[in-house]
Design a binder for this molecule. Structure first.
Ligand SMILES: NC(=O)c1ccc[n+]([C@@H]2O[C@H](COP(=O)([O-])OP(=O)(O)OC[C@H]3O[C@@H](n4cnc5c(N)ncnc54)[C@H](O)[C@@H]3O)[C@@H](O)[C@H]2O)c1
Ligand SMILES: O=c1ccn([C@@H]2O[C@H](COP(=O)(O)OP(=O)(O)O[C@H]3O[C@H](CO)[C@@H](O)[C@H](O)[C@H]3O)[C@@H](O)[C@H]2O)c(=O)[nH]1
Length: 465
């Protein structure tokens, strides 16, 4: 019989830990869920009396938090206490690409995972089920197990892999009705009991047939594989978008034509300025690194091409802007509409906007940015992180503006970097009237009505047309 879980702790209150645990708490009122983090400001924001101020913007999330917080959902910085009390501990800390040492720029940095494992080992006095929620290289559970099992304090640990497949911007929807839940565990009796305990948690709202169980290594590798396949689709359509621009084919029509083939399917075929987000690039680089570490050169090269194509797509967008603006953007105002890596999120990690802006700043452009959910500090921080120029130069050249019409006023060109719905409803005649002429518009997301804007007078460039 699987143990009935009554207390869960989640280490990491980020884009995954916060929403995932909020939904578990919402759907399982009998389970006490405590989300802990070292970052005091983040925890304070999760505890903000006004749930509109929680640190992760996701449609529908503040309502879920409002329903469960204080009832059976808690946010705390007391990591030790939450670990000690819990029967099941999710590890949902960040696993960024390594920036130092062996595997720099490719491998996943597992130092936060190891710190969690060591802290759990030190604090635990009762048996626990440890759930890997973070995205991890295949066979990480082995290392976690080794740390936990060598503490000598006689506590039994079972390790499960339960990767998260939510996409930002639709996190709550994805968590309420997931395509599947994946749980990997040990084949031993104890391992299978632990696995069943987690199945029982999800079964509170997820149909049983959607809960897949596998061994640990399949589960870990499936997460990297899913992201690699998804990103590959984006790079594939983006590669074709460039060919479309040279041949008179329209990438939208090509995508629709191939997407109606049920073997291909219609999703994830939107050509864009390039994929961003904290996951795709990091996870593919990690996959490439793992393949290389096993000596599988062709496998590694195959997947690396997805990243190479994406870098090309971002770069050629910036180059197109410079070329079109008579080969110079020096001193010219370029208005960026959107900075987030996709709509309906305030997350900017690896957003294409950052890299296109960086290229244009190298050409001495002045950039004004409007994004409905991203703060000025975040934009400056993203650019400063690249270390391409001094922070003073970044702040002199880039201004965040809270009104889109103000952002576009006097601009030589507009670059649409995120597909926010509101961009479709703007008074484009008014924007056109206040721009420098000829007024160029570079639509990196194919969101605006190209014909309508051309009729107004804009010189419109759309990806893949
Ligand atoms: N963002 C997504 O959409 C998404 C989706 C699926 C999977 N993932 C994976 O989930 C993991 C977390 O991603 P995220 O976007 O939530 O990251 P994040 O950076 O938003 O959140 C991670 C949090 O963990 C905290 N943390 C780190 N070490 C800690 C420690 N030792 N003790 C307590 N707190 C600690 C950090 O302070 C941070 O707040 C990553 O492995 C990521 O690849 C992310
Ligand atoms: O047709 C498409 C689809 C997506 N994108 C871009 O691809 C990036 C990633 O988008 P998406 O996958 O929707 O968002 P993420 O939040 O990054 O979610 C991905 O990464 C998560 C973290 O691992 C996984 O959990 C999700 O399943 C996986 O979709 C964004 O920049 C999108 O604009 C396109 O350019 N064209």
């Amino acid at each position: 019989m699987a143990k009935k879980i009554t207390k869960i702790c989640c280490i990491g209150a980020g884009y995954v830990g916060g929403p995932t645990m909020a939904v578990i708490a919402q759907k399982c009122p009998g389970i006490q869920v405590t989300v802990v983090d070292l970052n005091q400001a983040r925890i304070a924001a999760w505890n903000d009396p006004d749930t509109e101020n929680i640190p992760v913007y996701e449609p529908g999330l503040s309502a879920v938090v409002a329903e469960a917080r204080g009832r059976n959902l808690f946010f705390s910085t007391n990591v030790d206490e939450a670990i000690a009390e819990a029967e099941m501990i999710f590890i949902s800390v960040n696993t960024p690409t390594k920036t130092y040492g062996t595997g720099k720029g490719m491998a996943a940095d597992l130092k936060y995972i190891e710190l969690c494992a060591r802290q759990i080992a030190r604090v635990s006095k009762t048996d626990k089920i440890i759930v890997e929620k973070s995205t991890l290289p295949v066979r990480t559970a082995e290392a976690v197990k080794s740390i936990l099992q060598n503490t000598g304090n006689n506590v039994q640990f079972q390790i499960l892999s339960n990767p998260e497949f939510l996409a930002e911007g639709t996190a709550v929807e994805d968590l309420h009705a997931p395509d599947r839940i994946l749980i990997g565990g040990d084949p031993t009796e104890e391992g299978q009991e632990a696995l069943q305990a987690l199945v029982d948690v999800y079964a509170n709202w997820v149909p049983r047939e959607k809960i897949l169980t596998t061994n640990l290594w399949s589960s870990e590798l499936s997460k990297l594989t899913a992201n690699a396949f998804l990103a590959q689709r984006v790079s594939s359509i983006n590669a074709l978008s460039e060919l479309c621009e040279h041949t008179g084919a329209d990438v939208f029509e090509v995508a629709r034509s191939i997407g109606t083939d049920s073997r291909i399917g219609p999703k994830f075929l939107n050509a864009s300025v390039g994929f961003g987000g904290s996951c795709f690039q990091k996870d593919i680089l990690n996959l490439v690194y793992i393949a290389r570490s096993y000596g599988l050169q062709q496998v590694a090269d195959y997947w690396e091409q997805v990243i190479i194509m994406n870098d090309h797509q971002k770069r050629r967008f910036g180059t197109k802007i410079v070329r079109t603006l008579y080969n110079t953007v020096s001193g010219k105002k370029i208005a960026f509409l959107g900075w987030a890596f996709k709509k309906d999120t305030n997350d900017t990690r690896e957003s294409a906007a950052i890299y296109v802006a960086d290229d244009l700043l190298n050409e001495q452009a002045n950039i004004a940015v409007y994004d409905p959910k991203v703060t000025a500090d975040q934009i400056q921080g993203d650019l400063n992180y690249l270390h391409s120029r001094s922070e003073a130069e970044n702040s002199a050249l880039v201004t965040a503006v809270t009104d889109p019409y103000e952002c576009c006023k006097g601009a030589h060109a507009i670059a649409i970097m995120t597909e926010w719905d509101e961009f479709k409803t703007y008074d484009w005649e008014r924007i056109y009237a206040n721009m420098t002429k000829p007024a160029f518009l570079f639509d990196g997301r194919n969101v605006v009505d190209r014909k309508k804007l051309s009729d107004i007078g804009f010189k419109v460039y759309s990806i893949g047309k």
